[in-house]
Design a binder for this molecule. Structure first.
Ligand code: IPM
Ligand code: SF4
Length: 485
């Protein structure tokens, strides 16, 4: 009997990859077909310019969707007279208006700053059903890994690759290696998908996943919502991985059903039947495997300037010289100097100046619900200079408002904003001043990330809300909800 390719056990990643290879080159690279392309204002201007200079068109404009997010102020975008407010910062205004011009010139759909669907590129892709299982999806943005939560092979690309995808709808790439991150068991009370993500990054280190696609397996992910899976997949890149994947299942199908751009009617049934085959076959091997027990994961918080510099909230700032890996000693010392911390300090004694709840890591409805459950009936500490809640998209914002979450936040002293990347990175007016400390639900605590000299502690939405209430990093497990939400 003939052995067909189908009989060889393959991982989920290999199945998606194989299905998209158009050509194998002699040097081992492959030409890969790209199903979907997301574009934002930061990494696309040079790509469009390249097309213009070469006199090329966009090959399949209908497969690309553009949205501004990084540079938008999160204050009102429309004045009381109904007119659009200008962006004050010249560079930001320019980037956004160039995106508008480029998309108009090349016939690409644009969700503009005041459209109801506007939001962070990685939040709107899934919620519109633009992101679908088994597809290849790219964006000139490292957190494109997020989309793997729906079983799409999503990865970030550079600006020259953005141009290549626009021109050809393909990319020439080397196959990635595979890494299984297996977590079984039930998360403890107060432990969220963000803690899972931080635990994985802490375990793998910021470079442990380099060159790999992570597949998240085990009962913890099977029981996790799509929002939670998006949070975990989002941070795959913080462990150095190109992409993160969760095999699509009933949770995925329920999430996607009825989304505006997902297949409808008979197409839907056919699509689901196909998506059910998107699982790693029994007997398929990964290049690397790590396992973590769900019960071992505590609420975590970062102390340094890399997302892998993380400890349980009940822990202390480590002594750099006592870290297990000697290669990390000097990096840790520099991080502590930048962060203004000394070894041995209890994490819960660290006072914060600002709190940011939002970003493509934690700006979805479940994140806001978790934060609101802590904020409800409480006030932010008087020492807090600013506490921002920034929904990841217009849809998240409307849903949160329908549930009254905005009111809970505002009554507690938080500011309720328009969707965008906001304080995740200092490309818009939401910045942390030099020397100030921010408890942030975003994904990067790099030097200067939230503003020059700003100090960032990454944590979950509930922990961020708790920090806002007490004015310091706080174990959310010591909080009891006030009333029901
Ligand atoms: C601006 C963009 C290129 C960048 C990225 O690639 O991730 C940003 O989104 C980030 O989070 O640092
Ligand atoms: S929210 Fe932050 S991480 Fe996400 S795309 Fe925007 S800047 Fe990048």
């Amino acid at each position: 009997m003939m052995t067909t390719k189908v009989d060889i056990p393959r991982t989920l990643y290999e199945k998606i990859w194989d299905e998209h290879v158009i050509h194998h080159y002699d040097d081992g690279t492959c030409l890969l077909y790209i199903d979907r392309h997301l574009v934002h204002e930061v990494t696309s201007p040079q790509a469009f310019e390249g097309l213009r200079v070469a006199g090329r068109k966009v090959r399949r404009p209908e497969l690309t969707l553009a949205v501004p997010d990084h540079n938008l102020p999160t204050t009102a975008r429309v004045g009381s007279d109904g007119y659009r407010l200008p962006i004050a910062d010249q560079e930001s205004a320019e980037q956004v208006s160039v995106l508008y011009q480029n998309t108009a010139e090349f016939g690409i759909e644009l969700i503009d700053a005041i459209a109801p669907e506007q939001g962070i590129v990685h939040v709107i892709g899934p919620e519109l059903g633009f992101t679908l299982p088994g597809t290849t999806l790219v964006c000139g943005d490292s957190h494109t890994a997020s989309h793997g939560a729906l079983g799409a092979l999503g990865f970030g690309i550079g600006t020259s690759e953005v141009e290549h995808v626009l021109a050809t709808q393909t990319l020439r790439l080397k196959r990635f290696k595979t890494l299984e991150v297996r977590i079984d068991g039930t998360l403890g009370l107060g432990v969220s998908p963000k803690d899972v993500a931080l635990a994985i990054v802490g375990e793998l280190t910021a470079s442990g996943g380099a060159g790999h696609v992570i597949e998240y397996t085990g009962s913890t992910f099977r029981e996790m919502s799509i929002e939670g899976r998006l949070t975990v997949c989002n941070m795959s890149i913080e462990a150095g991985a190109r992409a993160g994947l969760v095999a699509p299942d009933e949770t995925t199908f329920a999430y996607l059903k009825g989304r505006p751009r997902a297949p409808q009617g008979a197409d839907w049934d056919q699509a689901v039947a196909r998506w059910r085959t998107l699982v790693t076959d029994h007997g398929a091997g990964y290049d690397k495997v790590i396992t973590i027990a769900a019960e071992a994961i505590a609420p975590l918080v970062t102390w340094g300037t890399s997302p892998d510099q993380v400890v349980p909230i009940t822990g202390s700032v480590p002594n750099p010289d006592e870290l297990p890996n000697a290669a990390h000693h000097s990096a840790a010392r520099n991080a502590l100097t930048y962060m203004g911390l000394t070894p041995g300090m209890r994490m819960q004694d660290i006072m914060v100046d600002r709190v940011f709840i939002g970003s493509c890591t934690n700006g979805r409805i479940e994140d806001l619900r978790a934060a609101a459950a802590i904020a409800r009936g409480r006030r932010i500490a008087p020492t807090i200079k600013q506490a921002l809640v920034v929904p990841g998209s217009g849809q998240v914002k409307r849903q949160a408002e329908a549930e009254g979450l905005n009111q809970i936040f505002v009554e507690a002293g938080f500011e309720w904003r328009e969707p965008g990347c906001s304080m995740c990175l200092a490309m818009n007016p939401d910045k942390v001043p030099a020397g100030e400390r921010c408890a942030s639900t975003s994904n990067r605590n790099f030097v200067g990330r939230q503003g020059p000299g700003a100090r960032t502690h990454l944590l979950s939405p509930a922990m961020a809300a708790a920090a806002a209430v007490t004015g310091r990093l706080t174990d959310v497990r010591t909080f009891r909800p006030v009333g029901a939400i």
